[in-house]
Write a protein that binds this ligand. Structure first.
Ligand code: SF4
Length: 117
């Protein structure tokens, strides 16, 4: 009987680890993880629905650029839901620590509007 208890107590040590060796190995990102939103510039029609839907004003659409402030984003996915063209998806990037505040702002160049405002 005592050996049976010992066997059960040591069982977890015989199993492989459930977590990754982060930061030596990439983090384990599950498919449902909401990382920083990503824009497909080719699908963006500059309708600014994403910026209007964002509760933290993390998104800016100005001229030929779309930008997102990772320091403001709360990963709610409202921007991805609001975009009528499906240009935004919740990405898998979760490593967003930064030393400099300015590096949290990501700018994506938009293709020529072709006469669109
Ligand atoms: S996920 Fe939410 S907070 Fe982040 S940019 Fe989109 S709407 Fe704004």
């Amino acid at each position: 009987m005592p050996l049976d208890v010992l066997h059960r107590l040591l069982a977890p040590l015989r199993e492989p680890p459930l977590s990754s060796r982060y930061p030596d190995a990439p983090p384990l990102v599950q498919p449902a993880t909401r990382g920083l939103p990503e824009l497909d510039p080719a699908r963006c029609a500059r309708e600014r629905a994403c910026a209007d839907a964002c509760p933290t004003s993390a998104i800016t659409v100005l001229g030929d650029a779309w930008s997102i402030d990772a320091g403001r984003c709360v990963f709610c996915a409202a921007c991805a839901i609001a975009c009528p063209n499906g240009a935004i998806r919740m990405g898998a990037r979760v490593e967003l620590a930064a030393v400099d505040r300015a590096t949290l702002i990501e700018v994506v160049a938009l293709p020529d509007a072709g006469g669109r405002p």
